[in-house]
Design a protein around this ligand. Structure first.
Ligand code: HEM
Length: 325
């Protein structure tokens, strides 16, 4: 959607480029927690805390180089350069990078290359790890809760039937239990456990505390969503609790996995669809089995990933093999 290419999975067009992309994502996620320490304790910078500044500058150079190459390639493609390999997307809908380059033609002072590069990078960065981690946590929870997995499969089977077709985007609104599973996963393991740092633009009161202008606030969403004061049996995986749940819950503050208000995640709808479609398809097509006890511990890192990656066994459901072929 963003660059017109695949950087993960099968049919990756340019292996080297996709490796650089994955490195950028991983390195950024790794260095952000240290950068936040330095933001809050600026004197740590004097001691060169974990070489954060140096690392961030190196990553930024890599990010800029990567994205500038993408922009140059798109320009060459537009000018009819046949040496640039055409992507799967060529001739179909415009990708976001192309839309922004078009806008640059009418407003070059605003849509500079730097602005476009950073906008594309923030979308890629914000959308990749968060979505992938959610999928991995959801599957880990489902394998640990086989009843919920069966219930999700029944819901899908009931809607589309196993033999007929794979689920598609238009089915998603009719799969409420699948959505409950995703929300319960995001409640237990929010990929933004402290949201992003927010800065108050004016003096204000939050929860009875005076917050002066320009104060940086972190919101501990992990705690809110796992607190017994807010949720019954907070550490239990109970997708049903989201059945009649609206928005963020009471006062809009119980479920905050995508943040809230003006700076909430703009990718929420997209993320919910992507995760639901991926999770739903994996449930529909395969029989799943644990190969060992699943380690449910969260590691450090900006998106609170699993410490141990999920390993599971799957084999295609018999009646869907033809469809998969
Ligand atoms: C399961 C997936 C995702 C989760 C849980 C998630 C969660 C979040 C959270 C918690 C924030 C910070 C909100 C705040 O501080 O109040 C955020 C910001 C953001 N997200 Fe997502 N996100 C996800 C997927 C995506 C996707 C797919 C995109 C776009 C392709 C995206 C783009 C962004 C951007 C651009 C911001 C910064 C918004 C701003 O500062 O105004 N996110 N996201």
């Amino acid at each position: 959607m963003i660059c017109g290419k695949r950087y993960f999975g099968e049919n990756v067009e340019n292996l080297k480029e996709s490796e650089v992309f994955r490195d950028i994502i991983n390195e950024t996620v790794r260095v952000v927690p240290d950068a936040q320490v330095v933001d809050f304790l600026p004197w740590m910078r004097w001691f060169g805390f974990r070489e954060v500044e140096k690392k961030m500058m190196l990553i930024q150079e890599k990010r800029d180089r990567f994205m500038q190459n993408v922009l140059q390639e798109l320009r060459r493609l537009e000018n009819g350069d046949s040496s640039v390999p055409k992507s799967d997307n060529a001739g179909k809908k415009k990708i976001i990078a192309e839309v922004l380059l078009d806008m640059q033609k009418s407003e070059p002072a605003y849509y500079t290359d730097e602005m476009i590069r950073n906008l594309l990078l923030v979308l890629l960065q914000a959308g990749s790890d968060t979505t992938a981690n959610t999928l991995e946590w959801a599957f880990s929870l489902l394998l640990d809760n086989p009843r919920a997995l069966s219930k999700a499969r029944l819901e899908i089977d009931h809607l589309v039937g196993r033999k007929k077709r794979l689920i598609n985007e238009s089915d998603l609104a009719k799969l409420p239990y699948l959505h409950c599973i995703i929300k319960e996963t995001l409640r237990l393991h929010p990929p933004g456990p402290l949201l992003l740092p927010h800065e108050s633009s004016a003096n204000c009161m939050v929860g009875g505390f005076q917050v002066p202008r320009r104060m940086i606030l972190l919101v501990n969403v992990w705690h809110i969503q796992n607190s017994p004061e807010v949720w019954e049996d907070p550490r239990q995986f109970k997708p049903e609790r989201f059945r009649d749940f609206e928005g963020g819950g009471k006062n809009g503050c119980e479920f905050l996995a995508f943040g809230s208000g003006r700076r909430a995640c703009p990718g929420e709808n997209l993320a919910m669809r992507v995760v639901a479609l991926a999770l739903g398809t994996l449930i529909q097509c395969f029989e799943w089995e644990k190969v060992c006890e699943i380690d449910m511990n969260e590691g450090t890192g900006f998106t609170a990933p699993k410490i141990q990656p999920l390993i599971a066994r799957c084999c295609p459901c018999q009646d869907i093999v033809n469809l998969l072929d």
